[in-house]
Design a binder for this molecule. Structure first.
Ligand code: FES
Length: 147
């Protein structure tokens, strides 16, 4: 039977190999660049908001498998969410990967597999890179850093 560690690895590999919503967005209403100065990895997050709802979300950039997979999973879950729901999810996701979160929380959906990042503290910043960019974009900022 597959345990959570296997699932973690499988999801990371799948989303890193075939990242979802990996594209520029010509009609984005806001965007922000996320940067991890420790490794130099960088991605750009695009959001299309209409009446406080995230209608579309995409990203581009390059990074390690965890940052790419986390960004890919994030874009899947954010579509259709309101700004406040997205912010709440960011808080829950941050708690999840830093050890205080509840991976059985149904709001987290597939993101729960990233709880495996807890075992590798040096990778937490990889997992939250795209989320910092999303948060910056929602707040009208164009840059976000994990430091
Ligand atoms: Fe750079 Fe993971 S090593 S974001």
């Amino acid at each position: 039977m597959m345990d959570l560690n296997d699932l973690y690895r499988e999801v990371i590999v799948d989303h890193n190999r075939s990242p979802r919503n990996f594209r520029q967005m010509a009609d984005a209403t806001c965007m922000a660049a996320g940067h991890n100065p420790l490794c130099g990895d960088q991605l750009t997050l695009f959001l299309k908001l209409r009446d406080d709802v995230i209608e579309d979300v995409s990203f581009q950039g390059s990074g390690c498998a965890i940052s790419m997979a986390s960004a890919s999973l994030m874009t899947e879950i954010l579509k259709g969410k309101s700004e406040s729901e997205a912010t709440r999810l960011f808080d829950k996701f941050h708690a999840l990967v830093t050890d205080a979160g509840d991976e059985t929380d149904p709001d987290l959906g597939k993101l729960a597999v990233l709880a495996g990042v807890r075992q590798y503290p040096s990778r937490i910043k990889c997992a939250v890179l795209s989320w910092h960019a999303m948060n910056a974009a929602l707040h009208g900022e164009t840059r976000a850093s994990t430091e």
